[in-house]
Ligand binder design. Structure first.
Ligand code: ADP
Length: 327
């Protein structure tokens, strides 16, 4: 393999996601295997600006493949949005001779990486690290599968208590502006209905659907709401339903940050490991400013600007399937 880089840095930035550690491990060990020097950069772009950078060995990433969070910590950096901040960051890389960067993060982090590498000629490879799955050019993002499985486990438990009391539960899941966690966890838990930002929610249809179910004495109902739904999330949907269906026993549960934590699933560990390996290989073969994705189980390289501009294709038939299967 031709050596286009000699020293590479790795960082995690923006929202954390389970599997980031497995990706850091893969980047560090692949880099060292191929004779590169690998540097860990703490707290995303903040660490680059503050010079919080350390030399990594294969031991630096021991015993982390199974751990949630990120050993490199993550942060949001206002300074990096300004040219002066990015210049400071560049100078810190330059003095160590770091000539390639792997950025594990979401679309915001990729925007930063794109700007940085255009201005300072440091090739950047992005790995999609976000539980929201809101990045185009890959079937999965690091952390999504773990977050969905956490949501499914929690919703199954809520179903037990809903069943004991004949209650309707409105469960809010994460996802920012995307509905993938809601769609996947709703289908997997047999929810009556899933409300997502990608489609306009017809509240009258939902009320009619729930009223019909009440008449048929189907009293255990789960409505899964994505936090970014245009109706306003779980609390707002709960408020509307309580007002319109006063005879129903309705409760709201916001799952919140448990969806970000926990040990990554097998899928996330494998995804992170393969992506981490290919990020280093990409830098070594001269690729730059691309995100490493996996589509149909094959590696896929998408320009960073395309990955942030385009959305994943949305499978609207899932909503129909959810409705039919909950009847
Ligand atoms: P995520 O990567 O999870 O989407 P953010 O949107 O918060 O998270 O982005 C992470 C960091 O990336 C920001 O704190 C900022 O430092 C950097 N960043 C985001 N957008 C830009 C931009 N347009 N220009 C420069 N840096 C940016």
């Amino acid at each position: 393999m031709s050596n286009k880089v000699t020293k590479i840095g790795v960082l995690t930035s923006g929202g954390d996601a389970p599997g980031m550690n497995a990706a850091i491990r893969a980047v560090a060990r692949t880099g060292i295997y191929y004779g590169l020097e690998v540097y860990g950069i703490m707290r995303g772009y903040s660490g680059m600006i503050d010079d919080d950078i350390f030399h990594m060995s294969t031991r630096s990433v021991a015993n982390i493949i199974q751990r949630g969070g990120t050993i490199l910590k993550t942060a949001r950096s206002k300074e990096f949005r300004e040219y002066e901040g990015r210049q400071k960051a560049y100078e810190n890389l330059k003095k160590r001779g770091i000539d390639g960067l792997v950025v594990i993060g979401g679309d915001g982090s990729f925007r930063g990486a794109q700007k940085f590498s255009t201005e300072f000629d440091i090739p950047c490879i992005g790995l999609p690290g976000t539980i929201d799955k809101d990045i185009a050019g890959t079937d999965f993002t690091i952390g999504f599968d773990t977050a969905v499985n956490t949501a499914v486990e929690a919703i199954d438990k809520i179903r037990d208590t809903a069943d004991a009391h004949d209650r309707l539960f409105v469960v809010e899941v994460m996802g920012r502006d995307a509905g993938y966690i809601a769609l996947h966890s709703g289908l997997a838990t047999g929810a009556e209905c899933v409300l997502i930002p990608e489609t306009r929610t017809n509240i009258e249809d939902l009320i009619q659907q729930l009223t019909e179910k009440e008449k048929r004495k189907k009293l255990v109902n789960l409505v899964v709401v994505a936090e970014g739904d245009e109706l306003g999330g779980g609390n707002e949907v709960g408020r509307i339903l309580k007002e319109r269906l006063p005879n129903m026993d309705i409760r709201v549960s916001i799952l919140g940050h448990i969806q970000r934590g926990g040990s990554p699933t097998c899928l996330d560990r494998i995804l992170s490991s393969r992506m981490g390996y290919h990020a280093v290989e990409s830098l070594m073969t001269g690729r730059h400013n691309v995100m490493v994705g996996i589509i149909d189980d094959k590696m896929h390289y998408v320009p960073l600007d395309t990955a942030v501009k385009e959305k994943q294709s949305f499978t609207s038939d899932w909503l129909k399937i959810i409705k039919i299967l909950a009847s």
